[in-house]
Each structure stands twice: as C-alpha cells, then as structure tokens.
Unconditional design. Structure first.
Length: 406
C-alpha cells in the first residue's frame, strides 16, 4: 500500500516537501534569495535573472527563446578546432591543453563549415560563467542534436569530467562535437547543447517517485496511468522500448551510411529518406541491432513531467547489454504534461546504438533511465505550447530538421 504524501511524513523521512503544485503559480523566489540552503534546478525566470546578474555572460543579443523552462541553450562561437583526439583538461585550462591537439581551425561565421563524421571538434561557446560558490551546472545535448547522432560534451577549465560544471566555476565554456552518422554543417550562433543551473542536492529517490506518481501520474502505458507494480525503479525510473506499435510500417529509423552533409541551420528542409531507412522488427516484437549503427526508436511508456520537477534521461548501464541508449538528456517541466489531463504524457525518443556485436532487443526491454529533480521554483513557462516545443505528444522520432513524412 502506498500512503499519501504529506509534508509531515516527508519531514520525518528527511525529505523536503514540495510546496507548489499549481500550474501558473508564481513563486516569490528571486535570484537574491538563493543560498546554500536552497535546493533545486533554477527555472526560466531565475535563469533570465542569472544572465542579467552576470552569473551567465551571454554577450549581446541573447535570443529570448534560448531560455527554456529549466535550461539555457548555449551557442557556438565563431570557430571550430579539429582535434587529433578528445581530451579532458584535468588541472589545466582548456586553452593550454588545446595547443597540443589542434589539427586545423574552421571558420563558423557566415556559411559555416562542414564537420566530418568520426572526428572530434572543439568549439568555444558564446556563453561563459561566473557562478556563486553554492551554484553548479550541468549540460546535455539538445534533443534535436541527439536525434542527429551528433555527440556533444561540455568542457570546462580544470575539470576531470565532461558536462559537469563545479560549484562556483568562473571561466569559459567549450563544446566537444563529434558527428557520428552524418557530416553536418555548423554555423556560429547555433545551439547544440543546453545548460542547467542548480543548487544543493534535489534528486528524488525511488520512494518519492512512487509517491509522486500516486498523487499525479508521471508514467502512462497505453493511455492509462501505470500501476505501481509497473514502475521499474532502481535509483531512477526505467523506460522500455516499443517494438509493436506500427510494426508493419516500422517502429523507428536507422541512419543510412555515406549520406549528404546535413545543414543544422535548415529546419524542415531535408528529405528524410536521404538520411534514414525504416527500422522493421522481426515477428513477436524483437529486432537485432546491427553493430555501430544508429537507431531512433520510441519508448513504450509516455512520460509527464509536472511543473515542480525537472527530469534527465541517462545512458543505460552498460552491464545490461552491448548497447547505449540516449545521448540527449534533459526533459523540461511540462514535457508530456497537461493540467487539464487531456494529454496522457509524451513518449520519449530513444537514441540507440549497439557496440561491437549484433544485439537483440525485444518489446518492453528496459533501455534507459529517468531521474527527477525538484525545481527551486515553478517556471514561468512550460515545455509545450508555451514555448512552441517540437516534440510534445510525439509519435515520431525524427528531428525538426527533416520534412514531415506523409
């Protein structure tokens, strides 16, 4: 039996209650109110304040649309450096380490430059950070970037980890870009990844996720809320792959080899058949993934992220099979969410690659994991109609760069 969540019981268990559950509620929290005791991901209105306060130096002319409900889109600078190999700066600055590894410099201004497959490039970003000591950050590729199989990782000075920005970091931001399936044309000002700012530890544990789902469903299966025994929880919520729905027409796509270069600045222009072939399962909802080929599939479950939470999808544990699922990770508040209850979540696009050997996946097999974090305050805009999101209620997997199929 799952007991109802109450502030008293959560306090007794050492958990922080969430005091905002109403869409449109405006939190009085301001940037000046943040301190070491604050917990949560900064919402859109605080991100805008952080830019104005210089925590994020975004330079002149930051597009308003780059501030998302719980993240900030980062922009490519004017040049890209082709590298001999990927690297981490360790105790040095990125620029110091870079001097030994540059093969060529590409100009991303005006028409931009083509980034070839299988080669690492490092691009200085327009934005830089001056974070207070109690604020840290995390980056992930944008959804459209992951769906194009463009591998992106944030690099910062003095760091031994990609995508993680230490508390109080002050310095430039760099993006490692590795196109894996398609050569891509990149230009200055394009956004391939996004950044979240956060304070304290705000991740929900499995018990809290169960309680949340009991109050307000966050997972749907075939249009109904998932039953408690259907929630696969182990330090996060697992999602499985759908290999049955629409199987006769294909359950997703597999990237073609030796394609034309794809211009990242052109949206809705590229014919999908030039870059993708349909992924057809075998009988009984199973499919063998060819090694080192990139697949776009859909989750069996649909996800609903309420306004008080942010979500991240992480790569699946490699000990569970020779595959990697999902390269892009942030789900903003409002993904698959509808206060009126008409929208029963949105399915997740799964970016899947088998390594080394052919690998069998079956309908309902777990392939990725979601983790949930509290927002420091509800955002003033949600994923979906509020910001013209491309993937709300999605039943397809292709990125916004391709012409919509008939």
């Amino acid at each position: 039996m799952v007991l109802p969540a109450t502030p008293g019981r959560l306090h007794a268990l050492g958990r922080r209650p969430c005091n905002y559950h109403v869409l449109g509620m405006q939190s009085p929290l301001r940037l000046a109110d943040l301190s070491e005791t604050t917990r949560g991901v900064l919402p859109s209105q605080l991100l805008a304040e952080a830019v104005g306060a210089g925590w994020v130096d975004a330079g002149p002319g930051l597009p308003p649309g780059n501030i998302q409900p719980a993240s900030l889109d980062l922009r490519l600078g004017p040049a890209a450096y082709r590298l001999r190999c990927s690297f981490l700066p360790g105790e040095k600055t990125v620029e110091e380490k870079l001097q030994q590894l540059v093969v060529d410099e590409l100009d991303l201004r005006q028409d931009g430059a083509v980034l070839e497959t299988g080669r690492p490039y490092l691009v200085p970003l327009v934005e830089s950070l001056r974070l207070p000591k109690f604020v840290r950050a995390k980056a992930n590729p944008k959804s459209s970037t992951g769906r194009l199989d463009v591998f992106c990782r944030l690099v910062t000075d003095g760091s031994f980890r990609f995508d993680e920005v230490a508390n109080g970091y002050q310095g430039p931001l760099w993006l490692e870009v590795v196109p894996l399936s398609f050569a891509v044309r990149a230009r200055q000002g394009l956004s391939l990844n996004q950044l979240r700012l956060m304070v304290g530890r705000a991740r929900l544990d499995d018990y809290e996720v169960r309680e949340l789902h009991e109050r307000s469903p966050i997972v749907y299966i075939d249009g109904r809320p998932a039953l408690q025994h259907e929630l696969a929880l182990d330090e996060g919520l697992f999602l499985s792959v759908d290999l049955l729905r629409g199987a006769h027409q294909g359950v997703g796509y597999r990237a073609r080899e030796h394609t034309f270069a794809l211009d990242l600045a052109e949206l809705g222009q590229h014919p999908a058949e030039r870059y993708w072939e349909k992924a057809l399962p075998e009988d009984e909802g199973r499919m063998v993934l060819a090694p080192e080929r990139f697949y776009l599939l859909l989750s069996r479950e649909a996800v609903s992220v309420p306004p008080e939470l942010a979500c991240e999808m992480t790569a699946y544990d490699p000990t569970s099979g020779e595959l990697r699922a999902h390269y892009a990770g942030f789900f903003d508040p409002g993904f698959g969410y509808d206060q009126a209850g008409h929208l029963k979540g949105s399915r997740a696009a799964l970016e899947v690659r088998a390594h080394d050997v052919p690998f069998l996946v079956e309908h309902g097999q777990r392939v990725c994991r979601l983790t949930f974090e509290h927002m420091a305050a509800p955002p003033d805009k949600l994923y979906g109609d509020d910001i013209g999101s491309n993937y709300q209620g999605q039943e397809g997997t292709l990125s916004k760069h391709f012409k919509k199929p008939d």
